[in-house]
Design a protein around this ligand. Structure first.
Ligand SMILES: [Zn+2]
Length: 336
């Protein structure tokens, strides 16, 4: 049974064994408290600290479900060294509302890092994560999905980094999840990302897209749970062999890169989008990949959208209604 609430300064980060907490964050306009769930498990021996977080966005479910399964099924006595910290649902108000951002302050948790201790509720939760959780971490895993907006290839992901040793560490850690793709993306997508903050703090930092459509993908859940366990094996928390999570029949895991945000394919006009290629397809530069229909001009042909390079279709707009400038597709080229 989880204690009702535990003040954030009373979390025991170090004692051997596993424990659950509900951390209270005061609402901005009432005396009530949002309760953020936290799990901490420590081995008797010191070692690496692995942090796994789900529900940074409230309409993404593979991370929360996989991490909840993980901490319920993990016997802390299995840990031979180090520490595991899990927050299955970070943005609790957004999760409750099944929305990407918080209905309480309108904030997107993944744009407010490092957070602000005297800011709105989302900013205060982020500040706690930065100071108390990320600061303790060696490895940070932030589990996302496409949410309601994008149909996306299930992948682990990390930011492009220049240091070859860091790149190799990010790459190897990502591959342990067994996803068909590992996506290298740009840090220039936005400011205030949880992963951006963790990376700046020098942590091995991995993201993911494990499903889409505000649904719960079965493989995505398996990769979330099994992947974190594999990372625990890699960093010495568990003295066990890796479990191969790569889907049966897959020829190889592909490492692809989409680091130039100017090359994300956007809609030239507003209308109803029609994809012409399936997710995961390999496309050639200049090939029509989607078109936009104007239903006020049914006599007019749709506007074709062309691939701007060779690569795999990583992501497409899921909702048909499309406004000019929205990303309709992301094409990533295989590297490495
Ligand atoms: Zn997300």
């Amino acid at each position: 049974m989880i204690p009702d609430i535990t003040p954030v300064n009373q979390v025991d980060w170090d004692r051997a064994g596993g424990r659950w907490y509900h951390l209270p964050f005061t609402y901005d306009h009432t005396w009530g408290r949002v309760r953020v769930p936290l799990y901490v498990a420590c081995a008797a021996q010191p070692g690496a600290t692995i942090v796994a977080i789900g529900g940074t966005h409230g309409d993404e479910y593979e991370g929360p479900v996989g991490l909840k399964n993980l901490i319920r099924e993990l016997d802390p006595a299995r840990l031979v060294a180090g520490r595991l910290i899990v927050i299955p649902v970070l943005n609790v108000p957004a999760f409750r509302a099944a929305r990407r951002g918080s209905p309480l302050d309108g904030e997107n948790m993944n744009r407010v890092f490092p957070g602000d201790a005297s800011g709105t509720i989302t900013q205060r939760i982020a500040r706690f994560v930065t100071d108390e959780v990320l600061a303790r971490a060696d490895v940070v895993i932030d589990l996302h999905a496409g949410g309601a907006g994008f149909e996306i290839i299930r992948c682990m992901s990390f930011h492009q980094v220049d240091d070859p040793a860091r790149y190799a560490e990010f790459r190897e850690t990502s591959l342990l999840f067994g996803t068909p793709f590992v996506l290298i993306y740009t840090g220039g997508m936005g400011t205030g990302l949880l992963t951006g903050e963790a990376e700046t703090m020098g942590k091995i930092t991995i993201g993911s897209e494990l499903g889409f459509g505000a649904s719960t993908d079965r493989d995505g859940v398996r990769w979330a749970q099994g992947g974190v366990l594999n990372v625990m094996r890699r960093f010495g928390l568990l003295a066990e062999p890796f479990v191969d999570l790569v889907p049966e029949g897959l020829d190889r895991q592909r490492i692809v890169s989409a680091t130039d945000i100017d090359r994300y394919v956007t809609a030239s006009v507003s209308g109803i989008s029609e994809p012409l290629v399936p997710l995961g397809a390999f496309v050639r530069s200049g090939q029509p990949v989607a078109r936009i229909h104007d239903f006020e001009r049914i006599d007019e042909p749709p506007v074709e959208i062309l691939a701007d390079g060779d690569g795999y279709v990583m992501c497409r707009k899921f909702r048909a209604a499309t406004e000019q400038g929205e990303v309709v597709m992301v094409i990533a080229e295989e590297v490495d």
